[in-house]
Design a protein around this ligand. Sequence first.
Ligand code: NDP
Ligand SMILES: O=C(O)C1=N[C@H](C(=O)O)C[C@H](O)C1
Length: 265
Amino acid sequence: MRVGIVGCGGRMGQMLLREVLATPGATLSGGTERPGSPSLGRDLGTLVGADPLGVAVTDDPAALFRDSDVVIDFTSPAATVAHAGLAAEHGTALVVGTTGLSAADSAVLAQAAAKTPVVVAANFSLGVNLLLGLVEKVAATLGPDWDIEVLEMHHRHKVDAPSGTALALGKAAAAGRGVELDAVKDTVRDGHTGARVPGHIGFATLRGGDVVGDHTVMFATEAERVELTHKAGDRRIFARGAVRAALWAAGKPAGLYGMKDVLGL
Ligand SMILES: NC(=O)C1=CN([C@@H]2O[C@H](COP(=O)(O)OP(=O)(O)OC[C@H]3O[C@@H](n4cnc5c(N)ncnc54)[C@H](OP(=O)(O)O)[C@@H]3O)[C@@H](O)[C@H]2O)C=CC1
Ligand SMILES: O=C(O)C1=N[C@H](C(=O)O)C[C@H](O)C1
């Protein structure tokens, strides 16, 4: 299976290169970075401390999509939208981990999914995907007297907030309660906010140091609190899940898939 990595010089891009090189049945077809990037021209192997592969980082995503069965994208929303167009044009499967996507960006991914398989997940770890199911169940079980708050912490370089995972956890909690997250989410509290609105789902964002990704969903009522937590200790867990999704997606019918489909949850 020929797997390409766009944004291969990034924190996740480098993890993905290593994971593809270590995965039986996967062959690295190439990697891209944006025009002007200092990584351009570097060997994909030496970029991640492995033996040279004789394949250089390019700024030609069209060629990468043409020469790959599946491409993995952990970049930025603008880049992901452009990559979705190339995936549709070349019929290449696409695995998207980019977060901070707008509704319009997600609509572009859905359009591409009409032509080619597209897997999108805010978090590719096994633990978080199990947690999503647990959160939905707990939210459905506990009554409206239990307040739901989502707390997340990430490294100082993260550019979107709340994290994609926090929003997915909030969505799972809202689904458990039979409501739409957009109708009940409180993502900003500052100043004289007034008392908590019953039924709302609150979000709190912490940024600092090199934290890979911590998420806690809190269910709080009078004199009692239930907390469900996931802590990521290494980005490898995301890369492993994304490469698994890539091998699963290539050859599937066109469609929009999630990690639930990949993991059979
Ligand atoms: N779903 C999941 O499991 C996970 C999702 N993520 C998400 O993945 C995304 C990337 O995270 P992270 O790796 O930490 O971020 P980085 O900034 O380290 O990596 C992003 C890379 O993409 C590059 N890039 C930007 N635009 C383009 C383009 N047009 N073509 C090719 N490459 C491009 C960037 O280059 P440059 O720096 O030069 O702009 C950078 O090298 C974020 O949205 C993050 O939230 C992260 C971890 C897990
Ligand atoms: O930017 C990150 O690092 C991460 N982003 C994803 C998110 O926004 O949920 C997943 C993970 O928590 C790491």
